[in-house]
Write a protein that binds this ligand. Structure first.
Ligand SMILES: Cc1cc2nc3c(=O)[nH]c(=O)nc-3n(C[C@H](O)[C@H](O)[C@H](O)COP(=O)(O)O)c2cc1C
Length: 455
């Protein structure tokens, strides 16, 4: 059975997202650092009814042996970068309904500052902000940039992140009663102090005490996104996330992943529909199948093995260029990105070698479904994915990176998805949480662990 899908667009504030596409005329090499580019893209997505624009982000950059490889600088591989969070107010002002999801890490940031930024953004966007919670990629580079000691093991970072989120939720949900903001000029009462409840939490990693200074916004807590797929990452998502992003590459595996996330959420006392799951998808569409495949081939010509190896090293800490191409992947372990390594090893299938991985990574990287074809082909494949995996939506990943490729999806594919019952209008200006979950008021569900902090 089909249901209307949620739709987000995955972007980064870099000249290219992943593989270097900035040199192509359909890329964003000349515009990635201009407010005007992002305004245009946001207006296009807003007009089409897309649910949100998602900014992946990291303070770090791909390194090999702790160094910035020449290829990263020369080819503009996720480098240079600007801070997307600072752009959101400008984009919100130019749009009515589009949500904005911004990535912020729990490693080098502090809970109070994070809570304050997102609560402020929820005010500035009138309830359209989401937080992609990350426990760190490029973490060793980030630690060095910040002059901090090593931020711990993979699972330890998730343990600390649970505490980080709880403290933020206590600030967002626990301090202000709904009617604490009085604003009565005649009586000179702005806030009723009896309706403010200070936080007092002592944790192993994070502590905080006092009153949260930001008054309640439409959503109070931003919509909580998460994208870790390791066992610990999934447990974290099942407890905390309202929207989980996965990179489905086959219908079977993605379907298992979706039901696992929902089952784990239920085990945490949440409703299975409290957690929405969206899969990444890179769509190359053109009026005819031939044109679409030609365009995809043109895209792949921009992707080299050298660049693939650099990006792979950035994610996993493993420099495959330094290894014998015949090395089997099971011989490699990484604390940084074990999921990425594990996903190449399939039970019952021959263990892939370094050469196999790099070639696959070159064209798929760590992305989701690769969908190429005519509008009809693309709509059909999306329907098969939706029905076969039961995902709640798609996160559209860039091809060349400029606005035109997104305009093609909007113009050529969305009308066909609508005909198939996979795309529907939502009330204009509604909070991001309501758009994604259908809930009426944009507030965190009563079954979310954050609700226990409410006064
Ligand atoms: C769709 C998607 C978006 C992601 N965005 C970011 C990001 O913006 N910044 C980041 O540091 N990591 C990002 N990641 C990486 C994950 O948050 C996570 O760190 C990574 O998958 C490793 O965690 P795991 O070992 O639990 O899988 C993203 C992953 C996916 C699938």
């Amino acid at each position: 059975m089909t249901k209307p899908l949620s739709l987000g667009v995955f972007e980064m504030m870099n000249p290219s997202v992943g593989m270097p596409t900035w040199t192509h005329p359909m890329g964003k090499g000349d515009h990635w650092d201009s407010v005007e580019h992002w305004v245009q893209l946001s207006r296009l997505l807003d007009g089409a009814g897309v649910d949100f624009l998602f900014f992946a982000d990291t303070y770090g950059y791909p390194t090999i042996d702790g160094r910035l490889p020449d290829a990263v600088a020369e080819h503009g591989i996720q480098f240079p970068a600007l801070d997307p969070m600072l752009l959101i107010s400008a984009l919100a002002r130019e749009t009515e309904s589009l949500g904005f999801v911004v990535t912020s890490p729990t490693t080098v940031e502090r809970p109070y500052a994070t809570a304050r930024r997102f609560a402020s953004l929820d005010h500035y966007t009138a309830g359209r902000i989401g937080w992609n919670i990350v426990t760190g990629s490029s973490q060793s580079t980030t630690d060095e940039l910040f002059g901090l000691p090593d931020s711990g093991t993979h699972d330890g970072r998730y343990d600390a992140a649970d505490e980080f989120i709880d403290l933020c939720l206590a600030f967002w949900e626990g301090v202000w009663e709904d009617d604490a903001l009085v604003r009565d000029a005649a009586r000179n009462v702005f806030v009723d102090p009896r309706k403010l409840h200070p936080v007092d939490r002592q944790g192993r990693w994070f502590s905080g005490a006092g009153v949260f200074a930001v008054p309640p916004s439409v959503q109070r807590s931003p919509v909580l996104f998460q994208a870790g797929t390791s066992d610990r990452g999934r447990a974290f998502a099942a407890r905390n996330a309202e929207c989980v992003l996965i990179q489905g590459q086959s219908i079977g595996k993605a379907g298992e992943h979706v039901s696992d996330i929902r089952a784990q959420a239920v085990a945490h006392g949440r409703d299975k529909d409290d957690v929405k799951v969206l899969t990444g998808a890179t769509v190359t569409v053109a009026p005819t199948r031939e044109e679409a495949h030609a365009r995809r081939a043109e895209l792949e010509r921009l992707y080299t093995l050298e660049d693939a190896a650099v990006i792979f090293a950035g994610f996993t800490g493993v420099d495959l260029t330094g290894l014998d191409p015949a090395t089997e992947l099971t011989a490699i372990r990484s604390d940084q990105g074990q999921t990425l390594i594990d996903r190449f090893v399939r039970p019952g299938a021959p263990v892939p070698t370094v050469a196999d991985v790099l070639d696959g990574f070159r064209v798929k990287a760590n992305r989701g479904f690769q969908i190429t074809g005519s509008p009809e082909d693309v709509a059909e494949e999306i329907e098969q994915i939706a029905v076969g995996t039961d995902v709640d939506g798609l996160l559209l990943e860039p091809t060349f990176g400029g606005t035109d490729a997104y305009a093609d999806v909007v113009e050529l594919v969305l009308p066909l998805l609508r005909e198939r019952g996979l795309w529907a209008d939502k009330p204009a200006g509604s909070p991001l949480r309501s758009r994604l979950t259908g809930g009426p008021d944009g507030r965190l569900a009563a079954t979310h662990p954050g609700a226990r902090f409410r006064p």
